[in-house]
Design a protein. Sequence first.
Length: 256
Amino acid sequence: MLTGMAIGGGIIGFHIVGASRAFDGIKPDPFTLRLFVEGVPTAATDNDIALLKATGGENDSKSRQLGRFVTDVAPLNLTMMNVRTIWRRDRYLRASDHVSFESLGYPAARFTEPRENFNHEHQNTQVVNGVQFGDLIDFVDFDYIARVTAVNAATVWALATAPGTPKGLKIHTTPPGTLSGTNLTTLTWNANPESNLAKYEVVTRESTATDWTDTIDVGNVTTVTLDISKDNVQFGLRAVDTAGNRSPVAFPAVAA
């Protein structure tokens, strides 16, 4: 089963999401859905990669921010599905349709079953040595698909109702008007266009953490200076509207 949706300049792919077990003797996992998101962008240039090396941003691609957004807006208690994020572009040495979007610079994510049944993928419908091959409806777990659909709906609804990801976010190694470095962190960004925008939130996490852990309400501004060393944590920024909907997080580029 394959579905794909363009969302705000990105793509979410649901590919091989019809069953919760591989029929190979392993206990089925009907409440887990894998989510693959790349680190180093497929379309990264040599300069992009050099900057990632210099700043440690290899775990903060647009695709990984999309993945973090999904786990926030489609939790287990809402969808009855545990979204298991895997920090990899796709399954080992394999790829699906979302990678073609990533090659053009779009953020993308790929959802798939917790354990694949390779007898039912890319196979002609046939019986060989008593084993049924082919993608047949007999092997579809409709209850599982219903939970996959809940993840799909929650994600798309949240993306459709939330403000856009802030644009032009930059982190300043030397604050404007100064001549030397500092342990303070200055962030600047472009104002969001939404008329119902309420504020922005700076989010931080330890460099070893997988997701954002701390939130700082900075109000409806386009620059902030924080007494937190940029060298110690990762920074991000999200927009919040008057209804409390939050955008995906933007990761800063380094100001020239």
